[in-house]
Design a protein around this ligand. Structure first.
Ligand code: WT7
Length: 634
């Protein structure tokens, strides 16, 4: 969906930060910081100094094999050591690292020292299972403390993690697991969702039948459901049993700066999910620097990012960024509207949350009742707000600014992606803000708007968003698919620049206004789903011969799926079949695939080579001109 930002936005309306915000800010002068960022080597090496290295790097940036950039080569470092061990020698030892809260109001506080013990025990247990440096471990877990512990335990011993979002279902799970070839899988008896318990293990059990590489399944008893040990198969073990009696110390594995850290799958234009590969040192530097400077993290902060760890937002800013900075991170398991629409604000008040980061879809969902729920709680602890995942409409921005931030908290509209690992375009707390714009590129980032030939377009004109220089936490490749990495991101636009896949416009002040994806990727409630993935879920139903899907605008979710199906002979698109198809797609992909509408057609627009032209369907849907139809089959 392309937002016509030109009509909606008032580019002249500017919000300036208060003196209080400016006085506290780590970065006082936006322009000067951007200027500093122009010297990549100097800027990023200064940032890298914040960590403890086992061995210092020889070279900050190695660009001898573009676009296979390398950062901090020769350096040796361990993420878990820097996120946990490093703090226990300091006054942070007894500070809360993880504050876990769920929709039932249960909480669990884990200090840095307790986290250290738990990570070490699990790291030792993983070694006993035969997990070695470079092996892949998968997680299909809810937002629970064990998920964070498991990720850190992997880093500690040099294993590579691959998290599958717990809202994805069997089909999506199998694709991701089999591509990553994990040996060990972590799952749980369930997760809390709007008063119910979703049985994750049941989904995992079904999926695993198609995942031959898994040797061990570790089951977290999270919701306390009644699975008995006797019900476990020979390769399953309860988490609590696994770590029982394990030593509480474990030396960190000294990792090469460029050793793989994790794989995270995301959707692209084709059906096959992309295994986005991140490596160790550069990722740490990028994530910690952006979080510190954009959300102005200090010792006394209570940081809450509502994103799920199943997505990059959760990797970078629920677990790694905050722990690398030694702050407290809130981990919330539940929906924004259960038991009621005030639940988030109640948490902000109760725990004194200072920095709050969420998605536009959640804001649109919560703003329907005006100030009714935000007024019930004292939100004065909040200092900075943030959004991510899709463009935020100015109306939602204003509601957030007025009712949540009480006109004193700047909103950081952060543009980034699974591939970028860290925020690339975002204001800083001292920046003048315009509702609906993610403002300017972060220091060290050269983002531009170009046409198909790679020429910069004049201010005010739309084009492709590209990044012209490397950054430390950029993904290094697509797992086992170098060719696709090169094809998708680096070849379309001449000059070996990173093509982000978004359309964008810059206004006269150089502020970026993101207009939406330029490819066939849907953004449903901020979640990224490929059209082709949804289409193959449809086609795997016996009644469907062919399917094409596009995004249809939705006032809350941003986009939902509109599907055009050609049915096999003998089927009719009646209520029963519509329900069946919805259930089937949900089974294959999970609740993230929100179906708005299914319509039956007897033909789909295709190119002569048989590719579905979703562009034509979209144009028809929006009542727009069909554009260039010369490649259309008929
Ligand atoms: C796509 C990346 C990065 C964390 C969550 C999504 C869209 C992301 C913004 C923003 C407008 C945004 C883009 C981008 N997007 N942030 N602030 N304004 N659009 O990660 O699933 O990899 O999706 O999300 O379209 O390409 P992701």
């Amino acid at each position: 969906m392309v937002h016509d930002t030109t009509v909606l936005m008032d580019e002249k309306r500017v919000f300036k930060p208060s003196e209080d915000v400016k006085n506290r800010a780590h970065v006082k002068d936006w322009d000067a910081e951007i200027e500093k960022g122009k010297d990549l080597d100097k800027y990023w090496s200064e940032q890298a100094e914040q960590f403890e290295w086992f061995k210092k790097w020889d070279k900050v940036l190695d660009d001898s094999e573009k676009p296979f950039y390398k950062w901090f080569t020769g350096g040796k470092i361990n993420l878990a050591y820097n996120a946990v061990d490093r703090w226990i020698e300091t006054e942070k030892r007894n500070q809360i690292a993880i504050l876990y809260i769920n929709e039932r109001g249960h909480e669990k506080k884990i200090t840095y020292y307790e986290l250290y013990l738990e990570v070490n025990k699990l790291a030792n247990a993983l070694k006993n299972l035969g997990v070695k440096k470079g092996d892949t471990v998968s997680m299909y877990l809810p937002m629970c403390p064990e998920l964070l512990i498991a990720l850190l335990a992997c880093n500690k011993i040099g294993a590579v993690h691959s998290v599958v979002y717990s809202g994805l279902s069997v089909g999506a799970f199998v694709d991701r697991m089999n591509d990553a070839k994990a040996k060990v899988l972590f799952t749980a008896d369930g997760t809390y969702r709007r008063g119910k318990i979703i049985d994750l293990k049941k989904i995992a059990d079904e999926a695993i039948l198609q995942c031959p590489t898994i040797e061990t399944i570790v089951v977290v008893k999270h919701t306390g459901s009644d699975i008995e040990i006797s019900e476990l198969s020979g390769r399953e073990i309860f988490y609590e049993r696994l770590v029982e009696g394990e030593p509480v110390d474990c030396p960190p594995e000294p990792m090469d700066a460029e050793d793989p850290l994790f794989i995270l799958y995301t959707s692209g234009s084709t059906g096959k999910p992309k295994g986005v590969m991140h490596t160790t040192a550069g990722y740490m530097v990028g994530v910690a620097t952006t979080l510190r400077n954009i959300f102005d993290i200090h010792e006394d902060d209570m940081w809450w990012c509502t994103g799920d760890i199943g997505w990059i937002t959760g990797h970078s800013y629920v677990i790694y960024g905050p722990l690398l900075l030694g702050t407290t991170t809130v981990v919330y398991e539940g929906a924004p509207d259960y038991p009621d629409l005030g639940v988030w604000w109640k948490i902000v008040e109760k725990y004194g949350v200072t920095k709050f980061y969420t998605a536009p879809t959640a804001i649109r969902h919560l703003m329907r009742f005006g100030a009714r729920y935000t007024n019930l709680y004292n939100l004065s602890s909040l200092r900075i707000l943030g959004t991510v995942g899709e463009p935020i409409n100015p109306e939602a921005w204003m509601w957030y600014y007025t009712n949540v931030g009480k006109e004193k908290c700047p909103i950081m509209d952060t543009w980034w992606q699974t591939e970028t690992g860290m925020h690339l375009i975002s204001p800083l707390p001292v920046s003048p803000l315009k509702p609906g714009s993610c403002t300017r590129a972060f220091p060290g980032i050269d983002a531009q708007v170009v046409d198909e030939e790679g020429n910069q377009v004049p201010l005010g004109k739309g084009g492709y968003l590209v990044v012209k220089n490397p950054w430390p936490s950029m993904f290094r490749t697509l797992y086992k698919d170098k060719e696709r990495f090169l094809d998708v991101y680096w070849k379309d636009i001449p000059g070996c620049v990173y093509k982000a896949g978004d359309m964008v416009r810059q206004d006269e002040d150089g502020y970026f206004w993101i207009q939406g994806r330029s490819d066939d990727v849907l953004k449903i409630a901020g979640h990224r789903i490929g059209s082709a993935e949804v289409e193959s879920a449809f086609v795997s139903h016996p009644a469907v011969a062919e399917a094409a899907v596009i995004g249809r605008s939705d006032p809350i979710k941003g986009e939902v799926i509109k599907a055009f199906v050609i049915l096999r002979e003998g089927n009719e698109l009646k209520t029963q079949l519509i329900e069946d198809l919805k259930k089937h797609v949900r089974y294959e992909l999970g609740p993230v695939a929100v179906l708005g509408e299914i319509v039956e057609v007897d033909k789909l627009p295709k190119t002569r080579s048989g590719k579905i032209m979703r562009r034509i369907l979209r144009a028809q849907e929006e009542g727009e001109d069909l554009g260039d139809t010369s490649t259309l089959e008929e």
